[in-house]
Write a protein that binds this ligand. Sequence first.
Ligand code: ZN
Length: 319
Amino acid sequence: MNDQVAIQGLHHVTAIAGDPQRNVRFYTEILGLRLVKRTVNFDDPGTYHLYYGDSHGRPGTLLTFFPWPQARPGRVGAGQVAATAFTIPVSALDYWQGRLRAHGISVERIAPRFGEEEVVLSFQDPDGLELELVAHPRAEERPGWPEGPIPPEYALRGLHAVTMLEAIAEPTLRFLVEGMGFRLVQEEGDRVRLAVGAGGPGAWVDLRVDPRMSRGRVAVGTVHHVAWRVRNEAEQGAWRTRLQALGLYVTPVMDRKYFRSIYFREPGGVLFEIATDPPGFTVDEAPERLGTGLMLPPWLEPLRAEIEAALPPLMISTI
Ligand code: ZN
């Protein structure tokens, strides 16, 4: 794939939560992300879709959730994302370890990865979703949210990488490299790191292989899909054609209001999305108002009263 249409890195990661209120509290008050959009799952408007990110919800900073309060817990296994990582500055490591512990969260500082380059704090959100904060020298390339609840010098700097778990490496590895333009950059133990676009924090995927691992189950506390960035709809169209030529089933382009999306599965089973950078989260709310209203796409607006009545109430602290 030529550089003109190269994938730029992670756009967002979407996971399943249980109680939406608990989810909002954890990600805004403890992790200090900004709730940049409160909407519904366009494919299931009885469910919220909550987007967290940096000050503007820039692609590459977004973790989003479908809260399914009645659903059972999922299980991480082969063909799934095993951990979602955010970048933090190296100077923020002790701050975050202390902060998470002070909130009663069990956090583990695991052995540095890739030599001494990455120090990782590993913990779970209230639904059991595996998260990591990775202290990295390149964290300063992206800004923290200056108005957030965390001192900006310690704030999360966007997605770092996702770790995919597979029972067999080869089909996924080959697809990422030959099909999607990733390149192998590091290898350590059972972990292989691939980069895309310019590489670096936010443009990495780690592959972990465990042949004994059975398939997982996507439900509460697990990742639903991983979205990769392209710059515009023309590039997305080129990817759709290319992926179909490789024999994959790729969905038609879907209007997600804040971006356009296509979906397909990588050979190991992880659901992938390719999402456009534009138009972004300020398309229907001013930057200073992001996340304050329940926003609906035009085709669901006529059903607003029914949708609002069916959704569980949500208290949003406006920071
Ligand atoms: Zn998505």
